[in-house]
Design a protein around this ligand. Structure first.
Ligand SMILES: Cc1ncc(COP(=O)(O)O)c(C=O)c1O
Length: 408
């Protein structure tokens, strides 16, 4: 089954991947609203619990609606890739209640008290807070350095050899869109025996497949482009070490109670069916919006990976299929101009989050990154006037017309 699916096109896989014929022949996998699953006999129950037999046990451990989303996303991340033996890459995914839950499971199943994590500047605000507060409280140190400086990375890896356990990448990063070189960093991390993981939320498996490189885990906030309609919060951890996914990662996910639920998994799976065509439109709209903003006299700066002015333009071209749908920009007039602009919007929606069909605009300094101290925000390039935009799939001229009237 996996081999047949791997030989199919990506769009086909986004619609059919992971689907199993349902006993009542429902076209779509139903929302399994059942907290527990029955055993045929005591022996059957024991076989399920011991793992000798496959099947559903208890809602916190998973259910068929959740499983379909997991299998589909694992196939999407593995699409067209081979393992070290040249066979189609097999990945295992576990759906979570949120992107943060997925990141927490991945971290806590890979690091312990006394370990160190190495990461870069500019991470999603919630992840940054994990590095600053949650990990240190557990006796785990997060070392945050500039991953654009290979000499510094090498020096840090050497200096902390033995205590460093994990390398954490987020590329492109929220909200600065800074990209880091996954191939190079993963190979450096592996040289020092680290577990390497990538938050692939902004790029999605349509634009970037970190498992092409020597990466162990990929995480997503499925709340964003994968769901695409803003209907459900979710997250996913995908891993190449199936044994570790089935044991340590599964255990941590279950014990933390980080499970998704059937309703939100259904909404996610439904969103995946249109994911590739949405991504194409998101990206082409974003290119046109970025070109419009870049020539606007009232716009100070546009951060978009598709513009040659972005410092990571060449790197993004190398490791991503398109430049994506996320951008940020600064209006001349700083904070006040930014706030006024947001209040003037008529079509584009002022809201946090990203990756929905409609264009979402936010102000990171007062919302998603408000918990990050001001000096750290500035160090990461998140100025007070920075506006973040997730370009939707509306008619592009309507998006541009709304921006134009709001700026003016
Ligand atoms: C890059 C990135 N990772 C993780 C998260 C957390 O995801 P969630 O809100 O689903 O927990 C976000 C949320 O915006 C994000 O942008």
């Amino acid at each position: 089954m996996d081999e047949i699916i791997n030989s199919q096109g990506f769009e086909t896989l986004c619609i059919h991947g992971g689907h199993k014929t349902e006993s009542n022949h429902a076209h779509l996998t139903p929302i399994y609203a059942s907290s527990t699953y029955t055993f045929d006999s005591a022996e059957h129950g024991a076989a399920l619990f011991s793992g000798k037999e496959k099947g559903y046990i208890y809602g916190r451990f998973g259910n068929p609606t959740i499983n379909e989303a997991e299998e589909r996303i694992a196939l999407m991340e593995a699409y067209g890739l081979k393992d070290r033996q040249g066979k189609p890459l097999l990945l295992k995914a576990i759906l979570h209640s949120s992107g943060m839950a997925a990141i927490t499971t991945m971290l806590l199943s890979n690091v312990k008290t006394g370990d160190k994590v190495i990461t870069h500047h500019s991470l999603y605000g919630g992840t940054q807070e994990m590095m600053d507060k949650v990990l240190p409280a557990l006796g785990i140190t997060a070392i945050q350095i500039d991953f654009k400086d290979p000499g510094k990375v090498e020096e840090t890896l050497k200096a902390h050899e033995g205590s460093l356990a994990l390398m954490y990448l987020e590329t492109p990063a929220n909200p600065t869109l800074q990209c880091v070189d996954i191939e190079h960093l993963a190979s450096m991390g592996k040289e020092y025996g680290l577990t390497v993981c990538v938050d692939n939320t902004f790029a999605t498996p349509y634009l970037q497949q970190p498992f092409k490189y020597d990466v162990d885990f990929v995480m997503h906030s499925t709340t964003k482009f994968l769901n695409g309609h803003g209907t459900a919060i979710g997250g996913i951890v995908i891993g190449r070490d199936i044994e570790k996914m089935n044991t340590k990662v599964t255990k941590t996910h279950r014990l933390l109670g980080n499970n998704s639920n059937a309703f939100e998994a259904f909404l996610l799976t439904n969103g995946l069916r249109t994911f590739p065509i949405r991504m194409e439109r998101h990206c082409s709209n974003a290119e046109q919006v970025a070109a419009y903003l870049a020539q606007h006299p009232k716009v100070e700066k546009v951060n978009y990976l598709g513009l040659s002015s972005h410092p990571d333009h060449e790197l993004a071209k190398r490791q991503m299929k398109h430049a994506g749908a996320m951008m940020s920009f600064e209006l001349k007039g700083g904070y006040d101009a930014g706030v006024k602009f947001i209040d003037n919007l008529e079509l584009c929606v002022s809201a946090t989050s990203l990756g929905t069909c409609d264009t979402l605009i936010s102000h990171p300094a007062s919302t998603s990154h408000v918990v990050v101290p001001a000096e750290k925000r500035l160090e990461f390039g998140i100025t007070d006037g920075l506006i973040r935009m997730s370009v939707g799939i509306e008619t592009v001229t309507d998006i541009i017309n709304d921006l134009e009237q709001a700026i003016n």
